[in-house]
Write a new protein. Structure first.
Length: 266
């Protein structure tokens, strides 16, 4: 599949980030997880119907590591500023894992520029009594292995993320992820009590064998966000957009299409 997208450097509030963008239509902002930013096949397929915007977070990869970056809230405010700077409105905000956590933190603060919110395998909530893999207590290879139900897909991602040419980037990403989510581990203890403020249609997409944030986390998000819809993908782990991209995109596009239809008939 052709990589029909452009890469540019965008500066917001003095912080320069790498931004990938392709397609046309309603804007769809995708926030990546702790493994970093790549233009993945599922994004390319979404360009048929959307203006897909995939930034690389501050502190990751080729983006700047600003002195002000201390916690997940900083990234939430940064991306709210980025929506203003890019003059985006009616945005479909989509995030996986760490990116899902950032997206939720954005949405509890302001949905002014959002049309919908989609969280996939999102970090951010603590669910008592649920056993989960602690990604900071295992090697990077083991962490990526735990992402998948299909281990052939795991080997593909390990080869890409842990390629020798990517060592510096992987280390930078790991350090920033630790800064953002080491303590408390991968959650914001204050987030759950504010999720009721999310007033845009919300979709949760979860792999049914997610070991990092098991299905009980999806249920906790659904219980806390008004009228949130949950789609569970069978034989799928923590990164449904990579392991089951067709099912992921179908769920996302059906959800957004249904929202459009309801808006037309309202």
């Amino acid at each position: 599949m052709a990589a029909d997208y452009s890469t540019s450097a965008v500066t917001v509030g003095g912080c320069r980030i790498r931004l990938m963008r392709g397609g046309s239509g309603e804007p769809l902002l995708y926030l990546h997880g702790a493994s970093g930013a790549n233009w993945l096949p599922f994004l390319q397929k979404l360009t048929k119907n959307f203006d897909v915007i995939a930034p690389e977070h501050p502190g990751f990869g080729e983006s700047d590591s600003p002195a002000w970056l201390d916690n997940i809230h900083d990234l939430a405010y940064f991306y709210l500023d980025a929506l203003d700077a890019l003059q985006l409105s009616g945005v479909h905000l989509v995030g996986n894992s760490l990116g899902g956590w950032i997206a939720a933190e954005m949405a509890v603060r302001s949905t002014q520029r959002l049309a919908s919110l989609t969280l996939a395998g999102a970090a951010g909530l603590y669910v008592p009594g649920v056993s989960q893999v602690d990604s900071f207590l295992i090697s990077e290879e083991q962490r990526l292995t735990n992402f998948f139900y299909d281990q052939s897909k795991a080997r593909e991602m390990i080869g890409r993320v842990l390629h020798p040419d990517m060592e510096d980037t992987a280390l930078k990403n790991r350090q920033t992820a630790a800064k953002l989510s080491w303590q408390p581990r991968s959650h914001d203890p204050h987030l759950a009590k504010w999720l009721h403020r999310i007033d845009v249609p919300t979709l949760l997409i979860w792999g049914d064998t997610d070991r990092l944030f098991p299905k009980e986390h999806a249920q906790a998000w659904q219980a806390a966000i008004p009228d949130a819809k949950l789609v569970t993908i069978p034989k799928c782990g923590h990164v449904p957009q990579i392991e089951q991209p067709d099912a992921f995109n179908a769920a996302l596009e059906e959800f957004i299409g249904g929202r459009r239809q309801r808006r037309k008939t309202a």
